[in-house]
Design a protein around this ligand. Structure first.
Ligand SMILES: [Zn+2]
Ligand SMILES: [Zn+2]
Length: 183
């Protein structure tokens, strides 16, 4: 084993995750401990990632879709500003109801679409928080809208959307670690 390779492994071991979620590789969540002996990182207050996920959960409650209620929050890269919000439902001036009962074709605009249509296109490296993992088309829209990280609370029945994100290099994190804390 070369020295360079050893160094890289030690550095990885010394990386701490502020929210104790190892899948959460967002730069703001990483701490270079510089000392491999430091393994405990105490989480004493709700991580910002969890706070934005709860905002998405509150938004989902406003959904008028009869099939599934989904909420979304889009922030800038530093998680400092919310730049778009959404939940699934019909278009403005249309009835607050699905167009029809067919699953997958109820006529509602998806939560992610409603949020992305509000988020500024010129803003790069946005972060998305959604209460459910995306369908294929919403996943593609997130790729196209320069979302770098997606946090979702529950996994939608089809993994196809997540596969699209993986293919395009968008980090998707199943974020449920703190769902029951600080309630
Ligand atoms: Zn609907
Ligand atoms: Zn969708």
């Amino acid at each position: 084993m070369t020295n360079a390779r050893q160094t890289r492994i030690v550095r990885l071991m010394a990386t701490l995750f502020k929210d104790a979620v190892r899948e959460n590789v967002h730069p703001l969540n990483l701490v270079e401990a510089g000392d491999a002996e430091v393994e405990e990182w105490e989480v004493t207050r709700p991580p910002l990632f969890e706070v934005y996920m709860r905002m998405a959960e509150e938004l989902a409650k406003r959904s008028t879709c009869r099939r599934l209620q989904v909420g979304s929050v889009i922030t800038d890269a530093n998680l400092e500003n919310v730049v778009g919000i959404g939940y699934n439902g019909n278009a403005r001036h249309f009835p607050n109801d699905c167009d029809g009962p067919t699953p997958g074709a109820c006529g509602c605009i998806h939560s992610e679409m409603n949020a992305l249509v509000k988020a500024p296109g010129q803003l790069r490296s946005k972060v998305a928080f959604v209460t459910a993992s995306p369908c294929v088309m919403c996943a593609k829209l997130m790729v196209q809208a320069n979302i770098t990280h997606l946090y979702y609370r529950t996994a939608y029945r089809s993994p196809a959307g997540l596969e699209v994100l993986a293919q395009a290099g968008v980090h998707a994190v199943h974020y449920e670690r703190w769902a029951e804390h600080w309630r």
